[in-house]
Design a protein around this ligand. Structure first.
Ligand code: ADP
Ligand code: UDP
Length: 233
């Protein structure tokens, strides 16, 4: 196989014959706590590719512009090549993870209003929390781009939360990445149990990467269950 143009923690990215398009290969590798914890989750690449494909298609129907073109195989998707903005956008509906810790709330407490957080996408620095002033001062994105990605993030939250509620899944929080393609800001990367927290609406069972982070077991089964619920397969 040809060498990837980029090898990340969960995916490999390959150039294609078309300079405007990339091939993304989803691996089973899993990392947490800034790469300190490493492992694999059986079949994760296949499940995340299918789950992301499903969500990108759902967002297309609702008018959110994104990089996804088509699924090429069980582990591969074809996407539009983006200049990724080095700003990770986290949207939160319910306190969990790092936010619960930072503000001293117990996990599971509903936030009275949606919270957006911005993180500097830089592995060496451990993706620190930043704000609009840092983004402007560091030139990570223009104020207009930040406005656009926050507006998309809120809209995506509404679309996904409503869809998942019907499937008896609560969207606790999630992370998005955006990039620029031919001058336009598009949603990129993936939407999967690696990048979202999904809790069963009735039992509160965690159906996401926290099962790996916290050694809760049945990790593959949880990802499989998310795919089953959203696609009905
Ligand atoms: P990480 O880099 O955090 O280890 P991954 O293993 O998921 O993450 O690697 C995928 C990489 O590809 C990420 O750095 C992501 O920003 C980047 N990426 C995602 N979608 C696109 C795209 N359409 N164009 C260019 N790069 C992309
Ligand atoms: N997240 C992610 N990649 C990151 C950091 C966070 O996909 O590098 C997701 C994570 O899965 C969760 C949300 O963003 O759905 C908020 O994560 P949090 O800040 O609570 O960090 P964590 O405790 O998961 O490290």
């Amino acid at each position: 196989m040809t060498k990837p143009m980029y090898e990340g923690k969960a995916k490999q990215v390959f150039a294609t014959e078309n300079p405007d398009e990339l091939l993304v290969y989803f691996k089973d590798d899993a990392t947490a706590f800034n790469g300190e914890k490493r492992g694999t989750i059986g079949n994760k690449g296949v499940l995340n590719n299918k789950i992301s494909t499903f969500f990108f298609n759902l967002l297309s129907e609702k008018g959110i512009p994104h990089h996804f073109i088509k699924m090429l195989s069980e582990r591969e998707m074809l996407v539009k090549k983006l200049d990724i903005l080095p700003v990770e956008v986290v949207v939160r509906n319910i306190a969990a993870g790092s936010l619960a810790k930072r503000i001293g709330w117990e996990e599971g407490r509903k936030l009275p209003s949606t919270v957006i957080e911005l993180y500097y996408k830089d592995d060496k620095l451990g993706d620190p929390l930043i704000n609009n002033y840092h983004i402007k001062a560091l030139g990570l994105a223009t104020p207009e781009q930040v406005e656009t990605l926050e507006a998309y993030a809120l809209k995506i939250n509404e679309i996904l939360s409503a869809f998942l509620k019907d499937k008896k899944l609560e969207l606790i929080d999630f992370k998005l990445e955006f990039g620029v393609h031919k001058g336009e800001v598009l949603l990129g990367d993936e939407i999967s149990p690696d990048t979202c927290r999904f809790w069963d609406s009735e039992t509160g069972q965690k159906l996401d990467k926290d099962r790996f982070r916290r050694d809760l077991g049945d990790v593959e089964e949880a990802y499989q269950e998310v795919l089953r619920r959203i696609t009905g397969q």
